[in-house]
Design a protein around this ligand. Structure first.
Ligand code: NAD
Ligand code: LMR
Length: 338
């Protein structure tokens, strides 16, 4: 195994540990599923993030290679690899932020819910590890179906007595990234100038872009509204079909995951005014979980923003979203309570 796997007695790691302890400011981040399609580019981008001092890469396969490769990058974060369930505890101990892209992706013709049977168990196992080894960490959950895996994680943490709703965040950032891109295309703007709130959840009609609240303020024809809403809701399927059996979005997802993780780390650092959309425990609707804008702080999602004024099109969309979300949330909860 490469040096970054030798937990004890390696001079390389001793120096790295000194560097990490020596006060290089930053946070300890673990990626679970680090050898996957999302995990690898996500690991690379997190290794480039100056807010990260220690980066733990965990997977059930292939982490020696990914770790050796990433650890040669001359950026600040100290990288360590972990392989298989027996090393999960070491991978998680002391972590401030845990990002979870572990699990199987869709193939053409599948819904995200079709992944439930495999991914629910994976998320349960990983969250049991978090409850045991780093119960205070912020968790960014990417594994699909997010609308069910976040409730699963919440139930696992409740069972373990470690649940803090502010610290469990379902990652819906890719919907926002897509919405910004597609809206910018229609408006003829640079996507970096555009901010589209996307609320609800992360699957089909539960993805609800609030085009009436786009910044900078603008208006859309009914045809543009229909086109944009559908394209944002079907963005994942567009990639699944184009990849034709190889998998789903990985590169744009890694970008979105790092954008969201960086916001969480800035919140942990105490930066003011860090606001992003996320699928969290919520009282904004009658459902126990819902994605809206949240303010990220030292304790995670410290403030959950209301939906704001919706137009008629969005009100109808909201009702459809809630119906599907309710069933997906219940399915996740029952998986643990049954
Ligand atoms: P992938 O198959 O390329 O990678 C998944 C990785 O998870 C693999 O390396 C695999 O070994 C690992 N893994 C499996 N079981 C594990 C376990 N018990 N512990 C640790 N690691 C384990 O898949 P991918 O393309 O990287 O997608 C991963 C997940 O992310 C899928 O469920 C996909 O649907 C989801 N996803 C979510 C979003 C989102 O917006 N939230 C976007 C894209 C993909
Ligand atoms: C996405 O939105 O790209 C992901 O949820 C993956 C998928 O299955 O569509």
């Amino acid at each position: 195994l490469p040096p970054n796997f030798q937990m004890e007695g390696s001079s390389v790691l001793k120096r790295a540990d000194c560097r990490a302890k020596g006060g290089a400011p930053g946070f300890k981040v673990a990626i679970l599923g680090a050898a996957g399609g999302i995990g690898q580019p996500l690991a690379m981008l997190m290794k480039m993030n100056p807010l990260v001092s220690v980066l733990h890469l965990y997977d059930v396969v292939n982490t020696p290679g990914v770790t050796a490769d990433i650890s040669h990058m001359d950026t600040g974060a100290v990288v360590r690899g972990f392989l298989g369930q027996p090393q999960l505890e070491n991978a998680l101990t002391g972590m401030d932020l845990v990002i979870i892209p572990a699990g199987v992706p869709r193939k053409p013709g599948m819904t995200r819910d079709d992944l439930f049977n495999i991914n629910a168990g994976i998320v349960r196992t990983l969250c049991e590890g978090i409850a045991k080894s780093c119960p205070k960490a912020i968790v960014n959950l990417i594994s699909n179906p997010v609308n069910s895996t976040v409730p699963i994680a919440a139930e696992v943490f409740k069972k373990a007595g470690t649940y803090d709703p502010k610290r469990l965040l379902g990652v819906t950032m890719l919907d926002v990234v897509r919405a910004n891109t597609f809206v910018a295309e229609v408006l003829g703007l640079d996507p970096r100038e555009v901010d589209v709130p996307v609320v609800g959840g992360h699957a089909g009609v539960t993805i609800l872009p609030l085009l009436s609240q786009v910044k900078p303020p603008c208006s859309f024809t009914p045809e543009e509204t229909e086109y944009l809403t559908k394209r944002i809701q079907d963005g994942g399927t567009e990639v699944v079909q184009a990849k034709a059996g190889i998998g789903s979005a990985t590169l744009s997802m890694a970008y979105a995951a790092v954008k969201f993780a960086d916001a969480c780390l800035r919140g942990l650092r105490g930066d003011a005014g860090v606001v992003e959309c996320s699928f969290v425990a919520s009282e904004v609707t009658e459902l126990p979980f819902f994605a809206t804008k949240v303010r990220l702080g030292r304790n995670g999602a410290e403030e959950i923003f209301q939906l704001g004024p919706l137009n008629e099109y969005e009100r109808i969309g909201l009702e459809k979203a809630k119906k599907e979300l309710e069933a997906s949330i219940q399915k996740g909860v029952s998986f643990i309570r049954k």
